[in-house]
Each structure stands twice: as structure tokens, then as C-alpha cells.
Design a protein around this ligand. Structure first.
Ligand code: NAP
Ligand code: G4F
Length: 345
């Protein structure tokens, strides 16, 4: 039987790496799009090349979401059955520093792919997945967000992803493209980028434990996030494209924790006994064993405006996709710690 072909934009990212492995195990041929960088940045997918059973079906090609011609060329060359758009300037805080670039990649980049599908007359041949985010809910007052919750984005990143969401809906309705939006809540893993808060906390506390760092500096300790495991979430992306009809789905765990709660759990598992002292920007976590300060707050890690509370209601995905998360926050933290201990940075 002919193998299905997937084209993944953002293959070098956390989700790109998990999705590649997932699809290769399902017997797909996977083409991954990487950008040119001055230093090799394929660490997350290098082990696929080392896997004799996977490497012959995994091909990396250069491309960029800011370059329409590269997108059309890649689609013509690879003739995909499914396109996964995971590429983005994905850091919320950084999007305040580079708002125009974030919009170019995240919003117009999505439009460029959809428009290439349409202009190449491949509407009936290609299924499209768009990596949407709970950041689109932003400052919503709803306490359990689902597909019907109104968007109220609170960063250039969130706003850029709202454009991507609606242009995906628009091309689905206007041109009958099989296009789905996943509205994914935060998902993490041992290969999460080092500047996202979960990886930063675990990496920082282990460095402190090993004597390689003195303190960990964080921003807002009181925002709440619904954290799942990336490995569960890429399965949901694939499931969306296997349905009879294209649609949009919220993917989350339905549980939410503050950054402080995440840090407390991680610290305990790493072997610290901590207590919190002070208030606001002066709040600190102290190691009870020696009275040393382990965690401090720093103004530079706060955002101009914060998304205070996210909790995802994935009932629709549960019912239609038969999807539910397999990993708890504790499994996730354990796995992240184990990886960091084996691969100290
Ligand atoms: P990530 O680790 O930051 O990966 C982003 C990927 O996009 C990287 O491969 C990056 O390439 C690539 N990229 C950036 N700019 C590009 C451009 N101009 N052209 C082509 N590729 C470009 O993000 P992730 O956590 O895997 O997330 C995947 C997607 O899901 C993103 O769209 C993100 O916004 C969205 N999302 C993530 C979460 C989450 O919690 N992880 C939740 C909801 C939605 P380099 O490696 O070269 O930088
Ligand atoms: O880990 P974060 O940077 O993730 P954030 O902003 O929730 O965004 C991630 O999840 C989104 C899904 O909802 C994705 F769409 C997006 O691409 C990305 O993957 O920050 C989480 C929370 C924030 O409230 C932030 O203010 O942690 C708080 N925080 C506190 N101290 C910190 C820090 N965040 C970071 N990155 N670094 C800190 O030192």
C-alpha cells in the first residue's frame, strides 16, 4: 500500500519532533521543513536519523513561512496528503518584543500555506492542521474554556494566532479545504524550549542542586495554566485530520495549576524542602535545609499584560476524536526531571 505523505512546518520544534515520530510509527513518509540557521538546530530530531527503522521515510527540506515561493515549491515537490502547520514564533513574552515578525510568521505564514493549497488546486487532495492555542482565550472570564468560548487575546502572539484561526475557518468555508484548528492548551515535555516556564524551573532547580547555578529568577507566580504532555497532544492533531468532516477542537487536561504550584511540585521531587517568604516582586523560595534563596522574582520576566487563568474543556475531542490525555502533571514533571538528570545542561 502507498504510504501517506505528511509535510510538517516547524519540524525542529517540540511538537514537530513528537509528531514526526508519531507519524513515522504510523507508516507515513514525513517531510519536515526547517529554516536555515547559522548553527545546526536539529537536536530534537537527530535521533530519528539514527533510527535505522525510521530514517528512510524522514526527509528534511529548507523553507520558511515568510517565503511564499518556498511554501508552494515544497507542496509541489512533496505532494502531501496532510500538512501540519506547527511553525511559529511561539514565545508569548518575545512576541511583545517582535510583534510584526510574530504576525508575519504566525498569521500571514498560515495564510500563505492555505493560499498555496488553493492556488495549486489541491483543495480536495490535502488536509491541513493549524496549531491554534489557548492564548487566543487570553483574558476571558470563562473558567472552563471550550470551542464556543469567545477569544480575547492578550499578546501579539495571541492576536496573531486568532488571525490564523479565522483564516483557516475562512478557507475551509470558502474553498472547501479540509482544514482543522487545534486549540491546544500548554503542553510540555523533556524537549520543551528552555525559556518556557516548566523547563526553565526544572532545569534551574537541577542546576542549583548540582551546584551549577545559584538562583532561579521567575516572573508572575500566580498565573494558572493547564499543562499536558506534548506526546498526547500530537495524537490529537492527527486524529483531527482522520475525521470525515473538518472541525475545530480544544485539547487540554481540564486541570489548572499556578506557576508556584508547579515549582513546589518540581522542587519536592528534586529533593528540596522549600518555604516561600515575602510578597509581590519580593516573594522568594528559601531552601529550608540551609536558608539559601532558591527562587526570586524579576521584573523582566513579567509581561505587559498577563493571561491569568487557563483551563481547557476537551469534551468535544473526547466525544468525537475519542481523545483524552494519558499523562498527568506528575508524570510530566517526573519525565522532565529524569531527562534533565540524564542530560545535564
Ligand atoms: P516551538 O518548539 O517553538 O517550535 C516552533 C517551530 O517553528 C520550530 O521548528 C521553529 O524553527 C519553527 N519556525 C519558527 N519560525 C519559522 C519560520 N519563519 N518559518 C518556518 N519555521 C519557523 O513550538 P512548539 O511548542 O513545538 O509548538 C508548535 C506549535 O503549536 C506552534 O505554532 C505554537 O505556537 C503552537 N502551540 C504550542 C503550544 C505549547 O504549549 N507548546 C500550545 C498551543 C499552541 P526553529 O527551530 O528554527 O526556531
Ligand atoms: O511557559 P510560558 O512562557 O507559556 P505561555 O505564555 O503560557 O505560552 C505557551 O503556551 C501557549 C498555550 O497556552 C502556547 F500557545 C505558546 O506558544 C507557549 O507554548 O509561560 C507560562 C506562564 C505565564 O503566565 C508567564 O507569565 O508562566 C509565567 N512565568 C513566570 N515566570 C514565566 C516565567 N514564563 C516564562 N516563560 N519565564 C518565566 O521566567
Amino acid at each position: 500500500m502507498k504510504k501517506k505523505i505528511a509535510l510538517i512546518f516547524g519540524v525542529t520544534g517540540q511538537d514537530g519532533a513528537y509528531l514526526s515520530r508519531f507519524l513515522l510509527k504510523k507508516n507515513y513518509k514525513v517531510f519536515g521543513v526547517k529554516r536555515r540557521s547559522s548553527i545546526i538546530n536539529t537536536q530534537r530530531i537527530d535521533d530519528i536519523y539514527r533510527d535505522i527503522n525510521l530514517k528512510s521515510d524522514f526527509v528534511l527540506l529548507y523553507g520558511d513561512l515568510t517565503d511564499s515561493s518556498s511554501i508552494s515549491h515544497l507542496i509541489k515537490k512533496t505532494k502531501p496528503n496532510e500538512i501540519y502547520n506547527l511553525a511559529a514564533q511561539s514565545h508569548v513574552k518575545v512576541s511583545f518584543e517582535v510583534p510584526e515578525y510574530s504576525a508575519d510568521v504566525n498569521s500571514l505564514g498560515t495564510l500563505r500555506i492555505l493560499d498555496a493549497i488553493k492556488n495549486l488546486n489541491l483543495e480536495k487532495k490535502i488536509k491541513f492542521y493549524q496549531a491554534g492555542t489557548s492564548e487566543m482565550f487570553g483574558r476571558t472570564k470563562e473558567k472552563f474554556q471550550n470551542e464556543k468560548t469567545q477569544f480575547y487575546p492578550a499578546s501579539p502572539y495571541g492576536v496573531s494566532k486568532c488571525f490564523a484561526h479565522w483564516i483557516t475557518v475562512n478557507y475551509r468555508e470558502a474553498y472547501n479545504i479540509f482544514a482543522c484548528n487545534g486549540i491546544l492548551f500548554n503542553h510540555e515535555s523533556p524537549i520543551r524550549g528552555e525559556t518556557f516556564v516548566t523547563r526553565k524551573i526544572i532545569q534551574g532547580l537541577i542546576r542549583i542542586k548540582n551546584g551549577n547555578q545559584k538562583k532561579l529568577f521567575l516572573g508572575n507566580l500566580y498565573s494558572k495554566r493547564d499543562w499536558g504532555h506534548a506526546k498526547d497532544y500530537v495524537e490529537a492533531m492527527w486524529k483531527m485530520l482522520q475525521q470525515k468532516k473538518p472541525d475545530d477542537y480544544v485539547i487540554g487536561t481540564g486541570k489548572t495549576f499556578t506557576i508556584k504550584e508547579f515549582a513546589n511540585r518540581a522542587a519536592k521531587k528534586i529533593g528540596f524542602k522549600i518555604k516561600w517568604i515575602g510578597k509581590g516582586i519580593n516573594e522568594k523560595a528559601v531552601d529550608i535545609a540551609n536558608n539559601k534563596v532558591l527562587i526570586e522574582c524579576k521584573k523582566r520576566y513579567f509581561r505587559p499584560v498577563e493571561v491569568d487563568y487557563l483551563k481547557g474543556n476537551a469534551q468535544k475531542a473526547k466525544k468525537i476524536l475519542k481523545w483524552s490525555p494519558k499523562n498527568s502533571i506528575d508524570n510530566l514533571i517526573d519525565e522532565m526531571i529524569e531527562h534533565e538528570l540524564k542530560n545535564p545542561s
